[in-house]
Structure formats: structure tokens, C-alpha cells
Design a protein around this ligand. Structure first.
Ligand SMILES: O=C(O)C1=C[C@@H](OP(=O)(O)O)[C@@H](O)[C@H](O)C1
Ligand SMILES: C=C(OP(=O)(O)O)C(=O)O
Length: 463
């Protein structure tokens, strides 16, 4: 029996909360792959615990790596990862995780036998063709052009030409494993612009951090030299894209939300929230890290409510981020009035559901552009956002590459999530200002933030 819909709490006062976020999905799943392919045992610390991360852990174990949790706390899990020979005969469940369906097949192509892949019903609809064709041109045999499929190696590596306009993950997936291909790889993108460049930069930076030689000097061409992947002790940054709904709450309620451990320098797409939310009417400041620096799925709390145990735990985490850059608190304050935005979100598409939710509550029109690739995400996000905003009485129009959202008073009703974590949290943002919004399948937030409901409730209760 499906779970009852979640009554999204309406805010009765401006929020004033400090929200500690767990680790980044994108960094966690890259770090786990690199550790599993490394030349010795290593650590991935403060890793996210969520459905997508758990699927990655299971996939790497099925392929022969040993992953042992050495410590688990509110900051996430510290994994000790011991690489092993890549084992064939395995089955990989990708769920609905783009990072698992695009990053693991190149690893599987190194195995000593066939590896089969499948996932959630909608995963079978997500684009896979360009990366599977790319793997074929490097020597792999694959029996389908989408999930489910079985892949058999071996791969020698070499040159690949592909169209990555549908997803940056086609490039990242090949790059992450490429040092282990006999000839390395040269990837050439041909087609409309590749979205989500920061995610490709994240891949390149993390590869360099484990000693892999990557040349990304020419636009749309990436070269990886064959060689060893060094075992390292890596620390995962907090998930800045998952900061989006919480920071949005500051704008909607005219309150203040503080996110500790915001990296001073990062490749995460969520860093763009600083500019986007400023444009939508927020004041965004950074202040020196306070005693609660760190990451972790702690409930939102006011600073004064951080317990001694939490403070010790947080202090022990030090600077977040795989590059160990410094961090600050990010402080976002809203006025209670949200201004519309005209923005090209091509590079930071995963922020679209939150920005669209804010746009639906704005007093001036918004246009979101450059995100046609969102039709291949967890659901067709452009169709889903327009449908659900309009279902609540809003005025949202799908365009070829985005959305136009005009001000119109909203009313309560069901907000469907389409098994999409970011649709579910978009419904929660709208519910802050619109009484009677019920989010269907809020549990789908477990894809990247299993504690979402607890954190959201605590944010609203904090003073
Ligand atoms: O590499 C990654 O970790 C991701 C890349 C992006 O994918 P697309 O380029 O398909 O949008 C992003 O939207 C996704 O949430 C995570
Ligand atoms: C597009 C997303 O996820 P995935 O990694 O499954 O592509 C997302 O998290 O917004």
C-alpha cells in the first residue's frame, strides 16, 4: 500500500536555522569508484549514506572491492576501501541513480566476465546510448542501447567520439575509469554543448587528486593517460545542491538559514546558489566558520541548540572537501518577497526544481533556459514541474529548453514527486507558503537525503 502523502508544513514565522548537510552524492560516488580502482587500500570519509550511495557501494562490492565502514556518525560514514580484481558474473542494480548507471559500466568492462545491469522502471528510459556506444568503440560488447544490458570486456581504451549533450555523466563515467584502460582514453564530444560542466571539472579535479594525468586543455576534448590510481584518504564535501530547498526557505519565509562548512572553493553545482538566490532577492553572506563547522545529517537546529557532543563531532571533521579547501558558514537571508529570475541553468541543471519552486512563489515572472537535458533526469523535470505547479493553480509553461513561470496565487493540493527527490523537495518549498500542499512519495528524498523530513521539520521548529 502506498504511504500517505506528506502534508508539507506551512511556515508560521520566518525560519532561523542552521542546517548541517550530509555529504555530496556526486563527490561520494566518484570517490568510491576511484578508491575501488586504486593501487591499494584507502579511505573515503564523511561519505553520504543514501540510496544512490548505497547502490554504488553494492555495485563496487559485487565487482570485487571490499568496502568496510570504519566509523559512522552524524557526519556520514567513513569507508575503508580495499580494491580487488574486478570480478565478472556480477549483477548491478542502478536504481534510478545516474552516477551508478553511467559511472559503473566502464568499471564492469574491466571485469573477467560479463556483468549485467538493470534498475528502476524509469531508469530504463534514461539516456545511455552515447556512453554504451563509446564503450563499444573501445572494445566492449553490450547487448542493448539502454537498461537492462550486459557488458563484457576487455577494453583496450583509445579514442572515443560521442555526443554528451544529453548528460555530462557520459564524459565523467568514461574519465573515472580511463586510467585503468591499457591505452587510456581520448574523448571527443561532438554535438550541442555538454551540460553540467562543473560536474566534469569535479571529475577532472578528483582524478588529478589521485595522481591521474588528465588533459582538458582543448574544449570538448579530454585525454587521460593510462596509469595507476593512487590510494588516498579522501573527505567528502557537504552536498551544496541539497542546500537548495533549505536556503529557499529563507527567501520564502523572510528568515535566515545558515549552512556551515560551505567550501571556499568547490566544483559543486550548488555553489551557484549564492548568485541565483541573490538575484531572487536574498542577501547572501559568508562568515568565518563557527564551532559547528562540518557536515552531516544532523537535524537543523539553532546555533544555541547544538549540543556539546555535536560540537565535538563537528569540530573533529575539519574542513570539508576532497581538496581540503577552507570553509565558511553561508548565511542566506530573505525578505519574504521572492523576485522572479531569468537564468540559463545549463551548467547547474540539478538546481532547477528548487529555482522553479521559488519562481512559482515569486512576484515577477521567471524564465529558466538551457535545461532541455532535464527531460532525461529522474523524470522529465520540465513536464513534471509545469504539471505540478499548474495543478496548484500556478502559471507554468514548458518551453523547448526550460520553463516560463508567471505569478499567480497557488492553492493547496497534491504535489506529485515522480520518484524524483528534487521534485519532492520542490513541493516542500511551495508548501511553506501555500497551506494544504501534500507531497506524494516524500520518501523518494532518500535518493540523496534520507533525513529530509526530519531536517525540514527541525528547521521550521528551530528558533
Ligand atoms: O556527475 C554528476 O554527479 C552529476 C551530473 C549532472 O548530470 P547531467 O549532466 O546529466 O545533468 C547532475 O545533474 C547530476 O545530478 C549529477
Ligand atoms: C539528475 C540528478 O541525479 P542523477 O545522478 O541520478 O543523474 C539529480 O540528483 O538531480
Amino acid at each position: 500500500m502506498p504511504a500517505p502523502h506528506w502534508p508539507a508544513p506551512a511556515a508560521t514565522a520566518p525560519v532561523t536555522a542552521t542546517v548541517l548537510l550530509p555529504g555530496s552524492k556526486s563527490v561520494t560516488n566518484r570517490a568510491l569508484i576511484l578508491a575501488a580502482l586504486a593501487d591499494g587500500p584507502g579511505f573515503v570519509r564523511q561519505a553520504l549514506r543514501s540510496r544512490d550511495a548505497d547502490l554504488m557501494v553494492s555495485a563496487l562490492r559485487a565487482l570485487g572491492a571490499r568496502l568496510e565502514p570504519v566509523q559512522e556518525s552524524t557526519a556520514g560514514v567513513d569507508w575503508r576501501v580495499t580494491p580487488g580484481p574486478i570480478r565478472g558474473g556480477a549483477h548491478v542494480d542502478v536504481g534510478l541513480a545516474g552516477t551508478v548507471m553511467r559511472f559503473v559500466p566502464p568499471v564492469a568492462a574491466l571485469a573477467d566476465g560479463p556483468v549485467s545491469f538493470d534498475g528502476d522502471p524509469h531508469a530504463r528510459k534514461r539516456p545511455m546510448g552515447p556512453i554504451l556506444d563509446g564503450l563499444r568503440s573501445l572494445g566492449a560488447r553490450i547487448d542493448n542501447d539502454a537498461l537492462p544490458f550486459t557488458i563484457s570486456g576487455p577494453l583496450t581504451g583509445g579514442e572515443v567520439t560521442l555526443d554528451a549533450s544529453g548528460s555530462s555523466q557520459f564524459v565523467s563515467g568514461l574519465l573515472l575509469t580511463a586510467a585503468r584502460f591499457g591505452k587510456g582514453i581520448t574523448i571527443r564530444h561532438v554535438g550541442p554543448p555538454v551540460p553540467s560542466q562543473p560536474h566534469i571539472e569535479m571529475t577532472v579535479e578528483m582524478l588529478r587528486a589521485v595522481g591521474v594525468t588528465v588533459d582538458d586543455g582543448e574544449r570538448d576534448v579530454w585525454r587521460v593517460e593510462p596509469g595507476r590510481i593512487a590510494a588516498r584518504d579522501m573527505t567528502v564535501e557537504p552536498d551544496l545542491s541539497n542546500a537548495a530547498p533549505f536556503l529557499a526557505a529563507a527567501l520564502v519565509t523572510g528568515g535566515t538559514v545558515t549552512i556551515p562548512a560551505w567550501p571556499v572553493r568547490t566544483t559543486q553545482a550548488g555553489d551557484a546558489l549564492r548568485d541565483l538566490l541573490t538575484t531572487m532577492g536574498a542577501t547572501v553572506t559568508r562568515s568565518p566558520a563557527t564551532s559547528h563547522t562540518g557536515t552531516g545529517p544532523l537535524p537543523a537546529t539553532s546555533t544555541s541548540e547544538i549540543t556539546a557532543t555535536q560540537a565535538t563531532d563537528l569540530a573533529a571533521r575539519g574542513a570539508g572537501g576532497i581538496t581540503a579547501a577552507g570553509t565558511t558558514d553561508l548565511v542566506v537571508t530573505g525578505t519574504g518577497e521572492v523576485t522572479g529570475i531569468d537564468a540559463d541553468l545549463h551548467e547547474v541543471g540539478e538546481l532547477t526544481p528548487t529555482i522553479a519552486a521559488l519562481a512559482a512563489l515569486a512576484t515577477t515572472p521567471s524564465r529558466i533556459r538551457g535545461v532541455s537535458h532535464l527531460r532525461g533526469h529522474e523524470t522529465d523535470r520540465l513536464a513534471a514541474l509545469a504539471t505540478e505547479i499548474n495543478r496548484l493553480g500556478g502559471d507554468a509553461e514548458e518551453t523547448e529548453d526550460g520553463l516560463i513561470i508567471r505569478p499567480r496565487p497557488l492553492h493547496g493540493g497534491t504535489f506529485h514527486s515522480y520518484d524524483d527527490h528534487r521534485m519532492a523537495t520542490a513541493g516542500a518549498v511551495i508548501g511553506l507558503a501555500v497551506p494544504g500542499v501534500e507531497v506524494e512519495n516524500i520518501a523518494t528524498t532518500a535518493k540523496t537525503l534520507p533525513e529530509f523530513v526530519q531536517m525540514w521539520t527541525a528547521m521550521l521548529e528551530a528558533r
